[in-house]
Design a protein around this ligand. Sequence first.
Ligand code: GDD
Ligand code: MN
Length: 364
Amino acid sequence: MLFPMLSIVVPTFNERNNIPILADKLKSILESHRCDYEIIFVDDNSPDHTWELAREMSLADEHIRIIRRVGRKGLSSAVIEGFLASKGDYLAVIDADLQHDPEQIPQMVNELDKGDCDLVIASRYIDNGSVGDWNKLRILISEIATSMSQLVMKYRSTDPMSGFFILKRDVIDRNIEKLSGKGFKILLDIMSVDDTLQIKEIPYTFSTRLHGESKLGNDVIVQYMEFLLERTFGKYVGIQYIKYMIVGSLGALLHFSLLSFFYKTLEHTYSKSLMAAILIAILFNYSFNNLWTFRSHRLKNLSLVTGYFKYNLLCVVGALANYSVSMYLLGYVDWVLASFIGAFVGANWNYLTNSIYTWKTKHE
Ligand code: GDD
Ligand code: MN
């Protein structure tokens, strides 16, 4: 009988010291288990030249392959590219730093072989599993992130953030166009687009990293939030629009807090306080839209300054629209509702015009 072929995708960024050790372990484990396999490193042009070492390894061993990506970055999208280039019937993902125990792969393959599931997750949160020696803060962040994931998928997986899992190729083939590829959470990405999966979980202990350091920084947390927003509201509106509205709401909140601080606490005149609150809130909105909402079209240097003038000019028109709509509606509805609708119309005007003229994003 022919055994299914296994492709193991290993995303790497600065993992030069880890990959030979991982490859050796995988090799000895899989070769003692009758497996036909390939190991695919997907490296985002690591400054430590992980890709170069992986290339040398691939020349010496036909089971090893390497995809070097230039100008693209991110764990999820790296794994997706690895999947697309793979040949196997079963596709596994494992970190390069030996925090996941490769000894568990044969057991995971076995579960798929049984035929009653199409995804096997190594979980830290079922009996006998563990996060190892994490500090309290990281445990808390992980728990919050895990419970938030319930927003976007129906499964009660104990560890949807796991970076160690194996699935049948068909799962990827039929869902590939729906995957977002954003951020770190490839498993959640897959589970949130397919609610027909049969899932099994096996326990594992997350060990300490062998060499190098973790890439899980604040930007990964922001990307995760964006991913959840996109999956929740993305069917209705674009992620950029959602971000703009979030920044706008935070700006409004800041405006009122500053106003009350200057006027009530510091006891400045109302007009001075209002002026200061408006100026700071506009600066806040402009900066955060530039840093976050329109990150991929971020303005720098001189265009940051000219952009600021454009932004103000367009927002003045938005304010006029806000004013006229609110005034008009005041005759029909209560003042709170009138002001909300006015602000909403103004904000939409601001979004539309600024995304076209200030940040020059394309609107298809
Ligand atoms: N190609 C590529 N591009 N690889 C990356 C990138 C990237 O931008 N960022 C990280 N990697 C690789 C790392 O080199 C490593 O092999 C693997 O992805 C995991 O990255 P780590 O930086 O070691 O992540 P971690 O140990 O903090 O997080 C792990 O545990 C999390 C659970 O809390 C990962 O398994 C996460 O997927 C998992 O969610
Ligand atoms: Mn790691």
